[in-house]
Design a protein around this ligand. Structure first.
Ligand SMILES: [Zn+2]
Length: 333
């Protein structure tokens, strides 16, 4: 299912690019970062959009201690890869670019494509314990010999394990610089992906990629793409990720930070799954099956559905940013 899920995922949007320089607030952290934002033009859609990841990364960065910021920057400064710019926020989309650079059968595609999600069947019924038991079946713990989590790790793994593995690898002082670079870039990305509801569920529909929906103010698109792009765009209206991250930072309360930091990646996936089941697939009709061309009839979205999707996306990006910061503050000391 996972391989099928990644078979044909294309989404066409008009591209717009803007470039922004920004200052990440506060007395302790002044960082000028230049990066591009934009919707995609016929790119594959199986991750938060670039702006979604960049918002999460900029938000996380704003919660990093000065020590964690300095260490993260020092690790990324060792990286000569040119798929993205080298700053923390730009590197949040590196894992997608790396995977796509290997299409259709290169090592980076074959070897990492399944790391971006966990396919919990949408038909899973019951409470959180049942969802988590499904997770365990789909995502068994992989014994990584010698603690190697990045280079040379098995291709058949899921996002829950990868977050745990890269966290452990980054925390280990024996990890080589090359591995640290990989671990940090994957971690920044995967903590974002796991909070996109359609990265934790599957309805035998390529993770919502063969389900077509008609948004109220956009041409028909894939359900997965709606959650990647349109639900975020409805919030930001194209604002620079750094600017939107600042808005989120100012809204998040101390109590929310406390509440959100108590859970594990396994819990995050289970929560994300519930949102997929109860909101993303709450389409007001039985979700049609994908045909031989990996398409369904088009389902019209309602304004209420879109508002709900945007509200959920906002909270999910906030949680992702806060949780990524917590991980990095604990291990980059
Ligand atoms: Zn991804």
């Amino acid at each position: 299912m996972a391989i099928k899920k990644l078979g044909t995922r294309f989404l066409c949007w008009s591209r717009f690019l803007t470039e922004n320089r920004f200052t990440l607030f506060g007395k302790r952290s002044v960082l000028a970062i230049a990066f591009s934002i934009g919707a995609l033009n016929c790119q594959n859609a199986f991750a938060w959009s670039d702006p979604g990841h960049q918002i999460i990364a900029a938000l996380a960065y704003s919660y990093l201690t000065p020590e964690a910021q300095a260490k993260a920057q020092a690790i990324l400064a060792q990286d000569t890869d040119t798929l993205t710019q080298t700053d923390f926020v730009s590197r949040s989309v590196w894992a997608d670019k790396y995977r796509e650079a290997g299409r259709p059968d290169g090592a980076s595609y074959i070897g990492t494509r399944e790391w971006h999600f966990v396919d919990i069947p949408l038909s899973t019924n019951g409470d959180k314990a049942m969802v988590e038991s499904e997770e365990e079946k789909i995502c068994p713990i992989v014994d990584l010999k010698g603690g190697v989590a990045s280079l040379g790790a098995p291709a058949q793994d899921c996002i829950v394990n990868k977050i745990n593995q890269f966290t452990a690898e980054l925390a280990d002082p024996k990890t080589s610089v090359q591995e640290q670079v990989f671990a940090l870039k994957f971690l920044i990305h995967f903590v974002g992906d796991i909070h996109q509801p359609l990265h934790t569920s599957d309805n035998d529909d390529h993770g919502g990629n063969c389900v077509w929906v008609a948004p109220t103010s956009h041409d028909p698109m894939r359900l997965h793409g709606f959650w990647d792009y349109q639900a975020v765009y409805l919030l930001t209206k194209g604002a620079a990720p750094a600017d939107y991250a600042k808005i989120l930072h100012d809204e998040i309360t101390e109590q929310q930070i406390k509440d959100w930091q108590t859970e594990t990646p396994k819990d995050w996936a289970a929560d994300s799954f519930e949102l997929s089941k109860n909101a993303a697939y709450n389409l007001g009709t039985t979700t049609p099956h994908c045909d031989a061309e990996n398409k369904t009839t088009t389902i019209k979205l309602t304004p209420d559905y879109e508002t709900n999707a945007s509200n959920i996306s906002k909270i999910q990006m906030e949680k992702a940013g806060v949780r990524l910061a917590k991980i990095l503050n604990e291990i980059l000391r």
